[in-house]
Ligand binder design. Structure first.
Ligand code: ATP
Ligand code: MG
Length: 310
């Protein structure tokens, strides 16, 4: 059976113990939790029993081991995750403010996951890949962008599908080359999964409707917009619809978008219609925010069905 692949950062997340806690003050922290946007995405794909694989690097340390074990236990093919002796697994510290916004300190550029490179993708490695998912957060160096471009070219040549979540933190957007990298991937994208705040980010307009029309006229076949506690929306050339949010108690919003994307892509891969896949993905995102820890929020099909029946 054909596999869904992703490539990008594997990190642990360490979160502030209290709302409003500052990076500049002594304090207590919780973690480590398995994390990394593409890792959460692919874990969710595997949880829905779709064949899933990840290309990445971790250090030969406890943080790497924690992540690899979680991914393997949930069914991800980890054979393309390199464990590097002289490197350290990436990490992200996150603190939440009273208004719900977040700040991050990333140790990613100097970590093992920055060493993902073109030698890690080939026709052989991707021979059974028919869907590749790219996260904008992963494109933080030219080396990784070139790796992503090479993987996309192989998958496209094999008639596979490319999905793309710009998933860009404000800490990253103004770094040199980041916007150009996102635009390069967008050009190759079939399924585009921006957050509401990101819809016009890569368009030449501030108007959401114009941006959507532009994308649909320029090679993107479907757009799924993540709207946090307002649900989600779908657009293609033939149809558009919204799904209404589920009322849940938010414990930890980090990773909801990645779980949502993993569920949507996995279920489209399974043959669900866009409407059904989005209904399940919307439930998956809602369930994800009720769990502490970004990758702890992934769900099985049975859990999603039980939640939707309520
Ligand atoms: P992140 O990048 O932080 O993971 P995101 O912006 O990519 O977030 P969100 O829009 O926050 O993604 O969440 C994805 C989806 O999960 C939403 O479109 C919605 O379906 C569901 N969701 C998220 N937060 C909530 C919530 N508080 N209540 C109900 N559903 C939610
Ligand atoms: Mg996101």
């Amino acid at each position: 059976m054909k596999k869904i692949f992703t490539l990008g950062e594997i990190v642990v997340e360490i979160m502030a113990n209290q709302k409003g806690q500052l990076f500049t003050h002594d304090g207590l922290w919780k973690g480590p939790f398995a994390s990394g946007a593409p890792a959460i995405f692919i874990d969710q794909v595997a949880k829905l029993d779709e064949p899933a694989a990840m290309i990445s690097c971790v250090g030969n340390d406890g943080f790497g081991e924690l992540n690899i074990k979680k991914l393997a236990d949930d069914g991800v093919d980890i054979s393309h995750i390199k464990v590097m002796d002289d490197q350290t697994t990436g990490s992200a510290f996150v603190t939440y403010h009273e208004d719900g916004s977040r700040d991050f300190i990333f140790n990613i550029k100097n970590a093992a996951c920055a060493l993902i490179n073109e030698d890690m993708v080939s026709q052989k490695i991707l021979e059974d890949c028919d869907h590749l998912h790219i996260m904008g957060s992963s494109l933080f160096s030219k080396q990784i962008l070139d790796t992503a471009k090479k993987a996309i070219a192989i998958v496209k040549q094999n008639k596979g599908i490319i999905s793309f979540d710009p998933n860009i933190r404000k800490e990253m957007l103004n770094l040199p080359g980041v916007k150009e990298a996102l635009l390069a991937i967008l050009q190759q994208t079939d399924i585009y999964l921006p957050s509401e705040s990101e819809v016009t980010l890569l368009a030449d307009t501030d108007n959401e409707k114009q941006a959507i029309d532009y994308f649909l006229n320029n090679g993107i076949s479907s757009i799924v917009i993540k709207k946090g506690n307002k649900g989600a929306s779908y657009y293609s050339a033939n149809e558009s619809f919204d799904v209404q949010p589920h009322l849940v108690t938010e414990i930890d919003p980090t990773g909801a978008g990645d779980c949502f994307g993993g569920a949507y892509v996995a279920l489209i891969h399974k043959g669900f219609t866009a409407k059904k896949a989005l209904t399940y993905a919307n439930a998956c995102g809602a369930l994800a925010v009720t769990k502490q820890g970004p990758m702890q929020g992934t769900s099985t099909l049975e859990q999603l069905e039980k939640f939707l029946q309520k």
